[in-house]
Design a protein around this ligand. Structure first.
Ligand code: FE
Ligand code: ZN
Length: 482
């Protein structure tokens, strides 16, 4: 007993030094780690909980679970010729773990997972009551957390949000400025609302998004660079071979420009965020816009093009909606049949995938839901794709609107929740380019290597092709190859 008390005090002290209070039950959950690993774990938990002051049992369990899947995950370590060690860890990826059959129970489990994950983020900043418990309350200020079932405008110019938790449904009225905020809800996101409960509904005074902590992870120079590319569309008749070759030359230090060589040499990783090939049968009449009409040959060509990049660079490839994997997200990595065509320095992951590169956390997501957000929220646009990605971070979800243009497979776990705050959020899909920093997270949408297709011309979509951003944790370089 005495020993136990000493341990508790030790843990409380360690958290206090980092500026946190820890609940007694949370301490219990940490006991198995005493004393060997405790320092590292305390630091990790504090990093994950920045933005709150109290560490709960839920926090500890969630973070320890994530750590477990990290140690279960594949670690790819290899020494390259110049003695640089590269470490790629896949932290969250559905590849090889998909288990949904699309049954009703699957959908229930899927939405419960979404609710639970985001609830645990929101409850660090709110004190929610269960919706069924509202019946016992007469009239007072309350906070509730729920999944948005529906949002609609009322005849008198307000908005009604239908909010559901595991115990019931409640109507929330949003008036004035809050109405505009409510009308930006997509449906199916998990939010908190605070407001006055009057016995029948809640009159909101605040809509609270799970969001990411204000300082995020902060900037620091990693000592190496990552280059971000997307939507190569190999096999398309409008694939920009010359622009791609200029990028290849840059990466191989063949431009004759010393500064460019130095930059290229500092790049340890390239991430390709999907639509590797143009695919077949993706949209009506696509066959007329293909230079390679067969999917296998498209991937053979893709592999040849990737092979032109220097061997010293690890290339991480995630699929998109044009690739030969299931359309519903989360998408697994490319099947072996195609993956095996690529050179050894390529690592295939699913979409989305949370990975770390030498400890730098990158959330990769192709970006299909960007279409849904632009359709719903008038102030967002294809010209500023990074602005849309910020909305994903605010919602802590990569595809908040279920059943719109982005199909979702109801896995038992919601892989699209942004559980952990990444250092980088990387997408593509919309073929435009944009970067921003949001609360310390580098947000990048990586353009394309395909000029305007006939289909895009008809849809009035104007691509910004051939742009690569290179980031070292501190500074961004934007390179144009087209
Ligand atoms: Fe694309
Ligand atoms: Zn796409």
């Amino acid at each position: 007993m005495v020993i136990k008390d000493v341990d508790s005090k030790l843990i409380i002290k360690k958290f206090a030094l980092e500026g946190f209070n820890i609940q007694p039950k949370a301490i219990e959950a940490l006991k198995p780690f005493i004393p060997n690993e405790i320092d590292g774990i305390v630091k990790h938990i504090c990093k994950c909980c920045s933005g709150s002051f109290i560490i709960t049992e839920d926090d500890v369990k969630r973070i320890l679970n994530n750590l477990k899947s990290l140690s279960d995950s594949k670690t790819v370590q290899n020494k390259v010729s110049n003695n640089v060690t590269q470490s790629v860890q896949v932290i969250k990826d559905v590849s090889g773990k998909s288990c949904c059959q699309g049954k009703i129970e699957d959908f229930v489990a899927y939405f419960n997972s979404r609710y639970d994950k985001i609830y645990s983020i929101l409850r660090t900043r709110t004190n929610p009551v269960r919706i069924s418990d509202l019946r016992r309350i007469r009239s007072q200020n309350v906070e509730v957390v729920g999944i948005v079932d529906d949002v609609r405008e009322t005849s008198n110019g307000n908005a009604i949000i239908e909010l559901e938790d595991k115990t019931g449904v409640v109507n929330v009225i949003a008036t004035g400025k809050l109405k505009d905020e409510a009308m930006e809800l997509l449906g199916d996101e998990v939010i908190a609302v605070s407001g006055m409960w009057n016995g029948r509904f809640i009159i909101a005074d605040r809509i609270i998004f799970p969001d990411i902590p204000i300082n995020g992870n902060g900037k620091r120079n990693w000592g190496f660079c990552i280059a971000f590319i997307s939507d190569t569309h190999f096999g398309s008749a409008t694939f920009m071979q010359e622009a791609w070759q200029r990028f290849v030359n840059f990466m191989n230090c063949e431009t004759g420009d010393d500064r460019a060589h130095k930059l290229a040499e500092s790049i340890k990783y390239i991430i390709l965020a999907g639509d590797v090939v143009d695919g077949v049968g993706i949209y009506p009449g696509q066959e007329k816009e293909l230079s390679i009409k067969d999917i296998y040959t498209q991937y053979e060509f893709a592999a040849e093009q990737i092979e032109k990049l220097p061997e010293r660079v690890k290339v991480i490839i995630s699929p998109g909606n044009h690739d030969a994997v299931r359309q519903a997200e989360p998408q697994p990595k490319l099947p072996e049949e195609f993956a095996s065509l690529f050179p050894k320095n390529v690592i295939h992951v699913g979409n989305p995938a949370l990975i770390t590169l030498d400890g730098v956390r990158v959330q990769i997501y192709h970006g299909r839901s960007i279409d849904d957000l632009i359709t719903r929220i008038p102030r967002l646009s294809y010209e500023k794709p990074h602005g849309v990605m910020v909305e994903l971070l605010r919602r802590r979800h990569l595809s908040p609107a279920y059943g719109k243009r982005s199909p979702i497979a109801p896995e038992k776990e919601d892989y699209l929740v942004i559980d952990e705050v990444p250092d980088v959020l990387h997408s593509g899909h919309v073929h435009t380019f944009g970067t921003t920093f949001y609360r310390g997270v580098f947000v990048v949408n990586s353009s394309t290597w395909q000029s305007q297709t006939e289909f895009q011309r008809k849809m009035n979509l104007n691509p910004m092709p051939g742009i690569v951003s290179v980031y070292n944790g501190e500074r961004v370089a934007k390179l144009k190859f087209a």
